[in-house]
Design a protein around this ligand. Structure first.
Ligand code: NAD
Length: 326
């Protein structure tokens, strides 16, 4: 391998690691998500071609960022992985082909991908006991008190399920974000750069009174662990979560043909500008929970799901828009 390739890979690793630290640990990104994703893609391609470039400190091998020392640490019993990203519909077809090598006639669920911060919520005998951030996927931060300020998180479920752990995305509605930035500017504070970073920064406030003022919300999208109930499919689990009192993924549809999956991804793309929250993609998931087991996971993400990311021209709420609107 040429020295120039080694140098380029090292440069990408160092830069991406620094960007990820600013984004995940300090909620203060230095570049746009699109620029970050494109650099990450370049590094993945180099590592694919030259596997000897893959080192444990490569950002391709890690999920998220470390937990801050401000909070108690929580070790996740079920790892909170990330998702494999794809940037074209063709790659969704390739994902389907890979799935079909193990599963014949898979059924898929397409969901809107909420641009927020991933959390775990634990319930014992139907009572909310602990909530934590994803962190690096293995260890997150205990943000129970801040999560309790989010009105749509049930403190008591409609049924006393013996034990339940769910995963969801905490987000800041666009309207709340615009109000917050306006207020920060009035106070001559450095405003958050986008709703995702505002949500992460607000949830990781030491004082729950501050978090309470930030008008955060949540969509729950997965059952991580459950006792006392058997479920066969993901769509069934979303329906059950709704019954328990959660606000679940706002857009989810089940399909058996990949053409219909692709159509639905396009529909989300067309509709997302009108959503009250930022959506950075669509997630395609194998519906059968047994098929998911068969497909398994890599060290970083499940093999039964893929996240399609929309191109950046269909802009989410960013500071640029706000500068125009104020
Ligand atoms: P990701 O955004 O690619 O997707 C994984 C996440 O999607 C999961 O953790 C989950 O919480 C979330 N999600 C939302 N809705 C979901 C749904 N319906 N079903 C399943 N999951 C859902 O991965 P990531 O690891 O969270 O973040 C990586 C992204 O963060 C990058 O693609 C990049 O855009 C951004 N980033 C930006 C910078 C920067 O400097 N701008 C730095 C680091 C990361």
């Amino acid at each position: 391998m040429e020295q120039a390739i080694k140098d380029r890979a090292q440069k990408l690793k160092d830069t991406l690691n620094e960007y990820a630290r600013l984004y995940y640990v300090y909620d203060n990104p230095a570049v746009s998500d699109y620029d970050y994703d494109m650099m990450m893609n370049e590094l993945k391609k180099l590592e694919n071609e030259y596997p000897e470039l893959i080192t444990p400190d490569s950002p391709t091998q890690r999920v998220g960022g470390e937990a801050l020392n401000l909070f108690e640490k929580v070790t996740h019993t079920v790892q909170m992985g990330s998702l494999q990203d794809v940037f074209s519909l063709e790659e969704i077809r390739e994902f389907d082909e890979r799935v079909q090598k193990t599963i014949s006639s898979p059924e898929y669920v397409v969901e809107a991908k909420i641009d927020g911060l991933s959390v775990s919520l634990e319930y014992t005998d139907g009572i909310f006991t602990r909530g934590s951030t994803r962190g690096d996927g293995f260890v997150g931060e205990d943000v129970t008190q801040n999560l309790k300020t989010i009105g749509s998180i049930p403190l008591k479920l409609s049924q006393p399920v013996p034990f339940l752990e769910v995963r969801g995305e905490v987000y800041m509605p666009r309207k709340s974000f615009l109000e917050l930035v306006e207020q920060q500017e009035l106070n001559e504070e450095v405003p958050f750069k986008n709703p995702r970073n505002a949500a992460a920064g607000s949830l990781r406030q030491k004082d729950p009174k501050v978090a309470a003022k930030r008008k955060l919300d949540i969509f729950v999208f997965n059952i991580q662990q459950i006792e006392g109930k058997t479920l066969e499919t993901h769509s069934e689990s979303l329906d059950f979560l709704k019954e328990l009192g959660f606000k679940v993924s706002p857009w989810y549809h089940t399909f058996s043909k990949i053409e219909d999956v692709l159509d639905d991804i396009e529909k989300i793309g067309e509709a997302r500008g009108s959503f009250s929250f930022d959506t950075d993609g669509a997630v395609v998931k194998v519906n059968s929970l047994q098929d998911r087991e068969l497909l398994g996971a890599t060290a970083k993400y499940p093999k039964w799901a893929a996240a399609f990311k929309y191109p950046p021209e269909e802009k989410e709420t960013t500071l640029q828009e706000i500068e125009i609107s104020v």
